[in-house]
Design a protein around this ligand. Structure first.
Ligand code: PSU
Ligand code: MN
Length: 335
């Protein structure tokens, strides 16, 4: 349990020692490494539902200005559905939990920001750099702040030919070691979905398909050809699953895979062809490592003349709606 997690849990219950605890929490939240926005801090103190949001989708996943409008809309959807949004990002070496519009604009417009996963955090902080946090980076921060629900578009996974390159996203190991629930549209079909599910099993991650199908969704498309090991029918069932994970103290995360809405799912074959072309492009250009995911997203978008970006935005919005409702249901179980 993180310090804030513990503090946030006990704040509402203990009467005697409340004042020193709040002071201690404030000191942590406003220290050299962290800054928590006032709306997130108030929600933490009151025990209201919060949804963490990542920022690599803003800094590396989408072009400007769609990245900025997406970030604003997603926060609004989280609010409309009952939770407080906490977008996580790093500004000048300081982790921000909850961003104002000026800060969102900075991340959306700046060039050469760092894509920050677990391994990058110490360097970015010590050098005073700015960047967008990936699923792995955001999970760490959300956990430290005591926020158990986190919404994104899609997570990283085992890359195609990952058995040779060993390019396996740190998102998968993070899910194995950090107790945060990630609400996503599954795994992009630019990845090796079968091996990604195998790796999640090895890491002990509880993976559940959301809704009336057990099929594990493939980001832009509702079908992947793979079944998820678990299925939750609705937000209440998802919240119960998360509550059980937390109650067991497993220390690992949960992956809730929400299929892209039918009307927004870009037709499978068009995207599949674009992925093949983008992959051979990446290979001939020698693009590897952390540059590969942003390159593939940008290339597939170009090759589908913006269709994939449109679906990408729609599915994140859908995840934000579902995730916010899950956070509301979870906070009802926990109180
Ligand atoms: N999926 C998207 N857009 C993104 C990402 C995933 O549609 O921007 C980002 C997420 O932040 C994810 C990261 O955590 O890519 C994974 O990168 P890598 O494959 O290098 O681990
Ligand atoms: Mn990688």
């Amino acid at each position: 349990h993180s310090m804030i997690g513990n503090l946030a849990c006990t704040l509402g219950r203990q009467t005697g020692a409340v004042a020193p605890r709040i002071i201690q929490m404030r000191r942590f939240l406003h220290g050299t490494h962290f800054r928590v926005s006032s709306s997130v801090e108030e929600a933490l103190t009151d025990g209201r539902p919060i949804v963490a949001l990542e920022s690599t989708i803003i800094t590396h996943g989408m072009p400007y200005p769609q990245n900025l409008s997406m970030a604003r809309e997603v926060e609004e959807i989280v609010r409309t559905n009952g939770s407080v949004p906490a977008t996580v990002g790093i500004l000048n070496g300081r982790i921000h939990i909850g961003l104002n519009d000026e800060e969102l604009q900075f991340l959306a417009k700046s060039k050469n920001l760092v894509k920050v996963s677990r391994r990058d955090l110490p360097y970015v902080l010590s050098q005073g750099l700015s960047g967008g946090t990936t699923v792995s980076g955001t999970m760490i921060v959300a956990h430290k702040a005591g926020i158990p629900v986190f919404v994104t578009g899609g997570i990283g996974g085992v890359h195609r030919e990952g058995e040779k390159t060993m390019d396996v996203s740190a998102d998968l190991t993070e899910l194995g070691r950090t107790a945060v629930a990630v609400i996503s549209a599954g795994v992009k079909s630019i990845l090796d979905i079968g091996r990604t599910l195998e790796y999640l099993e090895t890491q002990g991650v509880c993976v559940a398909a959301f809704g009336d199908s057990r099929e594990f969704p493939a980001f832009f498309s509702r079908q992947s050809g793979f079944q998820a090991p678990c299925q939750v029918q609705n937000e209440e069932e998802a919240a119960k699953l998360i509550a059980s994970t937390l109650a067991l103290g497993l220390g690992s995360g949960v992956l809730i895979a929400v299929p892209c809405p039918k009307e927004d799912a870009a037709s499978g074959q068009i995207i599949e062809d674009a992925i093949q072309e983008a992959l051979s492009n990446a290979r001939s250009k020698g693009i590897t490592g952390k540059e590969l995911t942003p390159f593939m997203l940008q290339k597939v978008n170009e090759l589908t003349s913006g269709k994939s970006l449109g679906s990408n935005i729609a599915l994140i919005q859908n995840n934000a709606r579902v995730g916010s409702r899950i956070a509301v249901a979870l906070s009802k179980i926990q109180t």
